[in-house]
Design a protein around this ligand. Structure first.
Ligand SMILES: NC(=O)CCC(=O)C(=O)O
Length: 265
């Protein structure tokens, strides 16, 4: 199976509309070159452009949905279109990922569960998702998570219990914590014996230089490919059957002890 991670640059000076057109064209370029294409988190605005979330927010089936559905069907690829600021009917904002089938149909929408920012930014501006999301592809089952979610192993274990074999993680991760990014992507792969396809933004927006360094890790924790800091399309071939082989040859997941009592202090 071939996957392309489109590490698009989010820089000020390019409008949301222009970047949307550019992203659609980059997806179309993957026709015949990839089975699965991935875009990063909040690439229309940038994950740290908090003041733009409200103005750029879209209904689920808004302009980004329309452009990405068409790009997926034009290219004939599974498309994880990264996430958009979604405005719900009641006005609540969510950081919502969209996954399309090669026919351009919506296969899944995932509202980010762990919001970043502590007492500001996304954490106060957006609502929290509540549902785990997996997507069955012919070759593998995707488990969907977004950026800061990477720090919460219990979410990934829940996705494994729901059948996930390949985690897809769009992100807008700052350069300042790049070492965490690589380490956490490898940790989630090793502990769950799953592939991790983690696609980040490049560029600088809202004064926050982005890490780039999108990464693909195999179920043994080996880095199959990693991008540099700038805009880049990272394409990798991987064997989804390696998940079952790894889980059989080194069956650590079977040794889980559930319901361990934690003594109260
Ligand atoms: N957009 C995000 O979720 C940023 C997460 C982050 O910077 C971190 O976990 O560190």
């Amino acid at each position: 199976m071939r996957a392309s991670l489109i590490q698009i640059a989010v820089n000020e000076g390019e409008s949301v509309e222009a970047r949307r057109r550019r992203a659609a064209s980059l997806v179309r370029d993957r026709a015949g070159a990839a089975d699965l294409v991935v875009l990063p988190e909040l690439w229309t605005t940038g994950a740290f452009a908090f003041e733009e979330f409200g103005t750029a927010a879209e209904p689920l089936r808004g302009p980004t949905y329309e452009a990405m559905a068409k790009a997926a069907s034009d290219a004939g690829v599974w498309l994880h279109a990264g996430s958009v600021p979604e405005r719900d009917r009641d006005g609540t904002l969510y950081n919502t990922s969209l996954v399309f089938s090669p026919d351009g149909d919506l296969a899944a929408a995932y509202r980010k569960i762990h919001r970043f920012g502590f007492d500001k930014g996304e954490a106060v501006l957006m609502g929290a998702g509540r549902d785990l999301v997996t997507v069955r592809l012919p070759e593998t089952t995707l488990g969907v998570a977004t950026c800061y979610d990477l720090r919460f192993p219990e979410l990934f274990r829940g996705l494994v219990d729901a059948g996930a074999e390949t985690f897809v993680v769009p992100a807008g991760w700052p350069e300042r914590r790049r070492s965490h990014w690589t380490l956490l992507a490898q940790a989630r792969a090793v502990e769950n014996q799953a592939f991790v396809l983690a696609c980040a933004t490049a560029g600088t927006h809202a004064g926050v230089p982005q890490a780039g360094h999108s990464i693909v890790v195999d179920p043994w924790g080996e880095v199959l490919a990693q991008a540099g800091a700038d805009e880049e399309v990272l394409t990798v071939e991987f064997d989804p059957a390696k998940v079952a082989r790894t889980r059989e040859q080194f069956p650590a997941l079977k040794d889980r002890v559930l319901g361990v009592e934690v003594p109260r202090r």
